[in-house]
Design a protein around this ligand. Structure first.
Ligand code: PMP
Length: 393
């Protein structure tokens, strides 16, 4: 008897794209297995280790058996610390009951979108922008609508363009400052304009503040300073070099709190207790560590960007935050994926093709300066040799 063969995977999961940079990573791994040295400037995570005092706090918490489920919203102590941090850093008052501690910023993004988006609702994002935004919007049934941001405009969000992209179906906008992949920081004025416009149209702002603290020029502004009804997502991955710990949080207005709490209960139950104890330490005692790493990232940026310009990359916006720079490759007559592949094969330097971040990222590659200054120097030398040898011709 013939059985009906049913497709196992849904259209939804089949449609979910992987990052194009994975191609580069695969190729890098292959080369490394062959014994070729690769300098990794494609990776979006701190090269620093989690500071010892944070690790010790987690170890001690495990010894004290803080290994059980916690409240789904997270430990009161951590939510109190986050609330205190927002008051000190931004002067905004966040009630601990409006915070849910999550397993990183990624689940917080998923929760925000799953709470806001009905099928067909539109969500505005920038192009270029963080690749996951578009994918998660589509995953929850929404429609991503992109607005371009440009190198020669400092990657600011132009409010005229934003206005034009708003329709009756626009439900939310995701902003990300300091930004991945551009390293740009939206000015206070730009944030205010976005707040006025979105409020007028009843659009919810999801502010991804994961790179806050990694700001080399000025002061960060939480979007909560401009609209208390926005959703903030953030985490411990970047600022405290805790990517593998999987810890973040979402700050939600009252209206969405109970539904999102239920999403969190059903999908995740809670974040690990001992990581939460360690995060309290990071928030309360992490200032010195943060200052050191910020100074080091700044040093690397100040070295790398002028050097890339010198060897032929076109960079109009000097990055002000995060640890990325988008470098224009128009002088090299190749698309971003071909350029990245060739650079890896011929020079042993891995970068992320700009197309990974949207159509408007084409013509650029993203360099991450979350790597030592020695490696950056060696990478520049290798790229320069490659270009001098007519590598892309
Ligand atoms: N948002 C942005 C803009 C990111 O670059 C990243 C990580 N690359 C995340 C969110 C997710 O971070 P995590 O889940 O580690 O907190």
């Amino acid at each position: 008897m013939a059985f009906l063969r049913k497709e196992m995977a849904t259209k939804r999961v089949k449609k979910l794209p992987s990052f194009i940079v994975m191609d580069i990573l695969e190729e890098a791994n292959r080369l490394e297995k062959e014994g070729v040295e690769v300098i990794h400037l494609e990776i979006g995570e701190p090269d620093f280790d989690t500071p010892d005092f944070v690790k010790e706090a987690a170890i001690s918490a495990i010894r004290q058996n803080i290994t059980h489920y916690t409240d789904t919203q997270g430990l009161t102590e951590l939510r109190d610390s986050i609330s205190e941090y927002f008051l000190i850093k931004y002067g905004v008052s966040v009630k601990p009951q409006n915070i849910i501690v999550t397993l990183g910023t990624s689940p917080a993004l998923f929760m925000a979108l799953s709470g806001l988006i009905e099928k067909g609702d539109e969500v505005i994002i920038t192009d270029p922008g963080y690749a996951c935004y578009k994918n998660v919007i589509e995953f929850v049934g929404g429609v991503p609508v992109t607005i371009p941001v440009y190198d020669d405009e400092g990657y600011a969000i132009d409010t005229e363009r934003l206005k034009k992209s708003i329709t009756k179906r626009t439900k939310a906008i995701i902003i990300n400052s300091p930004a991945n992949p551009t390293g740009s920081v939206l000015s206070k004025e730009n944030l205010k304009e976005i707040a006025v416009l979105t409020e007028k149209h009843g659009i919810t702002v999801i502010s991804d503040e994961i790179y806050h603290g990694l700001n080399y020029e000025g002061k960060d502004h939480s979007f909560l300073e401009f609209n208390e009804k926005c959703i903030v997502i953030n985490g411990f991955s970047k600022l405290f070099a805790m990517t593998g710990w999987r810890l973040g949080y979402i700050i939600i207005p009252d209206e969405l709190l109970q539904p999102l709490k239920r999403v969190h209960q059903n999908l995740f139950i809670c974040a690990a207790g001992f990581t939460q104890v360690a995060a309290v330490k990071a928030l309360k005692e992490g200032e010195e560590f943060v200052q050191e790493v910020v100074a080091e990232y700044k040093r690397r940026r100040d070295y790398l960007v002028p050097e890339l310009r010198r060897i032929g990359f076109d960079i109009k916006t000097f990055p002000k935050g995060a640890f990325y720079v988008m470098a224009g490759i128009k002088n090299f007559q190749l698309d971003s994926l071909s350029f990245s592949k060739l650079l890896l094969r011929k020079a042993g330097v891995a970068v992320t093709p700009g197309i990974d971040f949207g159509a408007n990222g084409e013509g650029y590659v993203r360099f991450s300066f979350a790597n030592s200054i020695e490696n950056l120097k060696r990478a520049v030398q290798k790229i320069e040799n490659f270009l001098n040898e007519g590598g892309t011709k």
